[in-house]
Design a protein around this ligand. Structure first.
Ligand SMILES: [Zn+2]
Length: 76
């Protein structure tokens, strides 16, 4: 075994479409120490990523801006 990788076809868990986990990607995963193969096609991964970003943006707008508002000091 000389550690060569071969393209692998994986069925996406989200859309059921087949996608190729290329030898280059496998090498990249190994380099990163990732032991789990991707379960979703690049398209679905992208969608999930965008959905996550969208949720974060919504969360930011939902945050109350009250700590930015300075409360007026009342002195007698
Ligand atoms: Zn997919």
């Amino acid at each position: 075994m000389d550690g060569e990788f071969q393209d692998e076809t994986i069925v996406c868990q989200d859309c059921g479409k087949e996608f190729v986990f290329t030898a280059g990607e496998q090498a990249f995963y190994k380099e990163k120490g990732l032991q789990n193969k991707p379960k979703r096609c690049p398209e679905c991964r992208q969608k999930r990523k965008q959905a996550k970003i969208a949720r974060q943006e919504v969360g930011q707008t939902e945050q109350p801006a009250s700590d930015k508002v300075e409360q007026p000091k009342r002195e007698f």
